[in-house]
Design a protein around this ligand. Structure first.
Ligand code: ADP
Ligand code: ASP
Ligand code: MG
Length: 399
C-alpha cells in the first residue's frame, strides 16, 4: 500500500483525550497495512494564546520572532501524539519542519513552501514508524523558522502529499465535510459530497476557513484529491477534486468573512497604481478594489482591507496625500458575504442576491463578481443574517 497523509487540526488535538483518540485512529489505519504520515496543528486555541503573549510585550513584534514563537505550538502537539502512538504499541517519530527540511521562502508569517526533503520521512517509514510532522512551519534558506499563515497546516499536508506521491490527502477536522455555509451559522447548511477545486478555492478564499485556500490550490496543481472528514468518526466526508464534466450549474455555497474595513479616496488626481502600491509596498493585502474615473473631478478609489490594518493604512495614505485629506474616509466593522458556484453566472442570480439584501434593509457598501463568485461588502452586524437569508433563497429554495 502507498503512503497516506492524515492531517489533524487544532480542535482534533485540543486536549489529552483527543490526542489519544487521534492516536487510535492512526494506529487503526496503520494496522490495515498503510504507511502513515500524520501532520498536526497546534492544540486548539494555542496559537491565539501565543499571539496574545507576543502582543502583551510588543504592539509590532518582529515577524521573524513571531514565527519562532508561533511554531512552538505545533512542536508540542507532535511530541505528544508520537508518545500516544508509542503507548498503543506502534512506533512513531516526530519531526519539526527544520528537522525535516521543509524549505520555504523568507516571507515571515506567510511563507510559501519551496521544497521538502523526503529522505528522512522515507527512511523513518521504512523503519516501520508512523511519521508525525509539525504543520504550519518551515525553514528558510538561511535557517530561520518561518510560518505559512493562519490555518497553514492544511498546506503542509498537501505539500507532503505531493512530495511523497500520495493520490489523496485526508484532512480530519471537527465537521464531517464541506457544507453549503458554515454549519455554525446556518443550521440548514447541506453537506457537499464532491466539490471542484475551483469552487473550493473560491469558498476557502472567501471565508470558509475549513480549508486553507493555498492547500486546495496546491492539490489542484498536482491533481491530488483532498478528503475532508471528521476526526470524531469514520463517516465519509467531502471529496475535493477536478471538475465533473456533467455537473450541472449550481450555487455551491454561501461564505462570509468578518473584520473588514473600507478606505475611500474621493476626487483625487492621483493614479490608482500609485495609491495601491503605496499600500502594497507596506505589505498590506487588499481584498477588493474599485476605481471610478470622472474627467472633471478625478478618480474615486476604494479598497477593502482587514480591520486590523485599517488605522495604519489610513495614516499612511493621509501622510502620502496631505492635500486630499478631507476626501479620505474610512468605514470600519464591515464583513463580506459571498455566493459561490459555477451557477452564479446563470441569468438572474446577481439580481436575486441584491433583491434579498435590499428586501431586508441590508445596505451594500461594495460588490465584486467573477464567473463563480458574487461578493457583497456589508456591515458586520448584518453578516450572519445575510448568510442565512441568501442560503435560504439560493440553496434551500432552489431544490
Ligand atoms: P481545524 O482546527 O481542524 O483546522 P478549522 O477551525 O480550521 O479546523 O475549520 C473547521 C471549521 O470551519 C468548522 O468548525 C466550521 O465552523 C468552519 N467552517 C466555515 N465554513 C465552513 C463550511 N462551508 N463547511 C464546513 N465548515 C466550515
Ligand atoms: N496553528 C496554526 C493556526 O492556528 C496553523 C493551523 O492550525 O493550521 O493558524
Ligand atoms: Mg484549519
Amino acid at each position: 500500500m502507498g503512503v497516506i497523509i492524515q492531517k489533524f487540526g487544532g480542535t482534533s488535538v485540543k486536549n489529552t483525550e483527543r490526542i489519544l483518540e487521534v492516536a487510535k485512529k492512526i494506529v487503526e489505519s496503520k494496522k490495515m497495512g498503510n504507511s502513515i504520515v500524520a501532520v498536526l496543528s497546534a492544540q486548539g486555541g494555542y496559537t491565539d494564546i501565543l499571539l496574545e503573549k507576543a502582543h502583551k510585550i510588543s504592539k509590532t513584534p518582529k515577524k521573524r520572532e513571531l514565527d519562532v514563537l508561533l511554531s512552538t505550538g505545533e512542536q508540542i502537539s507532535i511530541a505528544l501524539l508520537a508518545m500516544a502512538i508509542e503507548e498503543l504499541g506502534e512506533s512513531a517519530v516526530s519531526f519539526t519542519a527544520t528537522q525535516l527540511g521543509i524549505k520555504t521562502c523568507s516571507n515571515h508569517n506567510c511563507a510559501q513552501i519551496l521544497d521538502i526533503d523526503s529522505k528522512k520521512i522515507k527512511q523513518a517509514l521504512e523503519e516501520g514508524n508512523v511519521v508525525v510532522v509539525a504543520g504550519f512551519q518551515g525553514v528558510d534558506l538561511h535557517g530561520n523558522i518561518t510560518t505559512l499563515g493562519r490555518g497553514g497546516s492544511d498546506t503542509t499536508a498537501v505539500a507532503l502529499g505531493v512530495t511523497l506521491g500520495a493520490k489523496e490527502v485526508e484532512i480530519y477536522t471537527d465537521v464531517d465535510g464541506i457544507y453549503s455555509a458554515d454549519p455554525r451559522v446556518v443550521k440548514n447548511a447541506k453537506k457537499i459530497n464532491r466539490i471542484a477545486y475551483s469552487e473550493m478555492i473560491e469558498m476557502a478564499g472567501n471565508g470558509a476557513k475549513v480549508l486553507h485556500s493555498r492547500s486546495v490550490e496546491l492539490a489542484c496543481k498536482y491533481n491530488i484529491k483532498i478528503h475532508l472528514r471528521s476526526s470524531y468518526s469514520w463517516t465519509k466526508g467531502s471529496i475535493i477534486k477536478g471538475e465533473d464534466k456533467m455537473e450541472k450549474e449550481v450555487i455551491r455555497g454561501i461564505t462570509h468573512s468578518k473584520n473588514l474595513s473600507k478606505i475611500t479616496l474621493r476626487d483625487t488626481p492621483h493614479r490608482l497604481a500609485d495609491v495601491i502600491s503605496t499600500l502594497s509596498n507596506e505589505g498590506y493585502n487588499i481584498d477588493i478594489i474599485t476605481h471610478d474615473f470622472d474627467p472633471e473631478r478625478g478618480a474615486t478609489i476604494s479598497c477593502i482591507l482587514k480591520q486590523e490594518i485599517l488605522e495604519k493604512a489610513f495614516e499612511i495614505l493621509r501622510e502620502k496625500y496631505p492635500k486630499n485629506r478631507k476626501n479620505l474616509v474610512h468605514i470600519p466593522n464591515l464583513g463580506k458575504v459571498s455566493v459561490i458556484g459555477i451557477g452564479v453566472k446563470s441569468k438572474g442570480v446577481a439580481a436575486q442576491v441584491f433583491k434579498v439584501l435590499s428586501e431586508n434593509n441590508i445596505s451594500i457598501e461594495m460588490v465584486s463578481s467573477s464567473d463563480i463568485n458574487i461578493s457583497c461588502i456589508i456591515h458586520q452586524k448584518d453578516l450572519e443574517k445575510a448568510v442565512s437569508l441568501l442560503h435560504e433563497r439560493l440553496i434551500e429554495e432552489a431544490k
